[in-house]
Design a protein around this ligand. Structure first.
Ligand code: PBG
Length: 323
């Protein structure tokens, strides 16, 4: 007894009707804007592969953060580009490091804005890998120490949430222990639990100057073919004390977002990464796609798959479109 009794088109007849029955909704509070902070003053260094995105010195970063707050975004996630890199990622965990200085400035000037910090070594190592190299291989356990120190220094600077993105085994536990023993028992950890070795990070590596000088990240980031393994990574990170988890990239991995949503009762974020951003923008610039509709449809898809919040370079534009 389907047609002619059942006519799903009845509920699509007008925008008012569609609005009423809409399932996945977008709100500015669900968007987190990635920001790149660099040394200097008055610096706005465009990233050629990500039109409209720039490395900002702290003064310009604060201005950008203020506009994010005014728009009502969920927050920002901060990536630092240090003045110098070395084999030991020293700039990542120095209290005077670029990220730490930026966090202090943000919390002083725009206290109401939520500041998430990316905890990783690759922007700070001379070789561009996410940990200590020995015999040409990233060593897991020694790298944990750097990550733990970095997270504690971000906490000390005033970060609201720390987000490890390195994919070393055991890093959430190491960071939780270090935070707790330093008195930061209430600092939430957002773990990039299911992070894939993706080609879609290409433009980010120009933005963060973090391209590996040799090899690739497939020895620590996940194989794009694996879905079950993502559930295992998430379960392990939650056991180690992660408060929230991220799936990254977003669009090619919506099945992972959706499986995680069904299985885990924690907030789930998805990261619409640099390559996803640049791909949409490039098509729009060629006149092949309508940019604004592509932004909203891509973000809606990520929400429909089950993400509670989205890290996206489109955060500000999407907010303008919604309000
Ligand atoms: C690692 C990190 C990367 C991204 C976020 N954190 C790059 C990588 O793993 O190579 C990529 C984000 C993007 O592409 O937008 N610190």
């Amino acid at each position: 007894m389907a047609f002619p009794v059942h006519r799903p088109r009845r509920l699509r007849s007008s925008e008012a009707m569609r609005r009423l029955v809409r399932e996945a909704r977008l709100e500015p509070s669900q968007f987190v804007l990635p920001l790149f902070v660099c040394p200097g003053e008055g610096v706005r260094k465009d990233i050629s592969s990500m039109p409209g995105v720039a490395q900002l010195s702290i003064d310009n970063l604060v201005r950008e953060a203020e506009s994010c707050r005014a728009l009502g975004l969920g927050g920002v996630i901060l990536f630092g580009i240090p003045e110098e890199k070395d084999e030991f990622a020293s700039g990542a965990y120095a209290d005077s490091g670029i990220a730490q200085r930026a966090i202090r400035a943000l919390k002083r000037e725009v206290p109401a804005l939520l500041v998430i910090t990316d905890v990783c070594n690759c922007e700070y190592t001379s070789h561009g890998h996410c940990g200590l190299i020995e015999n040409g291989v990233v060593q897991n356990d020694p790298s944990l120490e750097w990550l733990a120190k970095t997270a504690v220094s971000h906490a000390r600077a005033g970060a609201d949430i720390v987000a490890p993105s390195d994919m070393m085994d055991g890093r959430v536990g190491a960071i939780r222990a270090a935070l707790d023993s330093s008195g930061f028992v209430n600092m939430p950890i957002l773990s990039y639990a299911a992070k894939y070795a993706s080609v879609f990070y290409g433009p980010f590596r120009e933005a963060a100057e973090s391209t590996p000088q040799f090899g690739d990240r497939r020895g620590y980031q996940m194989d794009p073919s694996n879905g079950r393994e993502a559930m295992r990574e998430i379960a392990l990170d939650l056991e180690e004390g992660a408060d929230m988890i991220l799936v990254k990239p977003a669009m090619p991995y919506l099945d992972i977002v959706s499986r995680a949503r069904e299985r885990f009762e924690v907030p789930i974020g998805a990261y619409q990464v640099s390559g996803e951003f640049s791909m949409i923008l490039a098509a729009a610039r060629n006149g092949w796609l309508d940019l604004d509709r592509a932004i909203l449809e891509s973000l809606t898809g990520i929400r429909r798959a089950g993400a509670d919040f989205i890290l996206t370079y489109f955060a500000k534009r999407a907010t303008e479109l919604l309000t």
